[in-house]
Ligand binder design. Sequence first.
Ligand code: HEM
Length: 240
Amino acid sequence: MTDAFDLLLWAVLPYLTLVVLVGGLVWRYRHDRFGWTTRSSQLHESRLLRIGSPLFHFGLLFVIGGHVAGLLVPASVTRWLGVHDEMYHLVSFTAGGLAGAGTVVGLGVLLYRRWRTPAVRRATSGDDRLMYPLLAATVLLGMTATVLTRSIDYDYRATVSPWFRSILLLDPDPSLMSAVPLPYRLHALFAMALFALWPFSRLVHAFSAPVHYLIRPYIVYRTRDHRLASRRARPGWDDT
Ligand code: HEM
């Protein structure tokens, strides 16, 4: 039996989040296309950024891969492929744990840099002050869930994963989430809050991977060597 609160959290909230996420992205693209940026602070500080940024981004890339496998692929499919549950959880704990640890350490370095570098701190906006704590809480709760999966032998693929798929299939089953341990539920709730904030924060840059670079036309560069050019090169400042 699902109570009204569970219904609200696990059947209504996910769709509200999706509406805000998709609607917000469309709105931002139409009204703030030139503000669609990571608001890079590399010019202010690059030493810590060079360590924190790749650790965080590559860690997160593997975490996303783990989420696709763990949430979207049913346990029956991995069993059919010959991967026993014990083996699945061992690999998921090792790979997910390493990727999660990279993400946590990378984010830690980025937050330390933002806090300790005066110019970067000054460049921190109001939405950053909401986004970074939400991101940190989501990632830390995810790590807690991973450790919990291992230590209490909890199988989230029998509850959280089918619930997640039920949302995508437009047939929500909130009862699957009602008895799930708290860290998993908090992780999913913080993730939803993060998705709702996404379009209004610097996180929009995640949707701007420069994929068109692979197929854009060549850029033609011409030489400035005056012996090869059709006219003499002018001195740098003279544009007459
Ligand atoms: C509603 C969306 C989400 C659901 C249902 C979900 C679910 C889960 C589950 C069940 C785990 C435990 C995996 C295991 O024990 O092996 C986990 C771990 C984790 N999650 Fe999420 N998650 C969501 C969104 C996110 C988001 C948006 C982020 C980061 C921005 C994130 C970051 C992590 C991290 C860092 C871990 C620990 C490392 C790992 O196991 O990959 N999750 N998540």
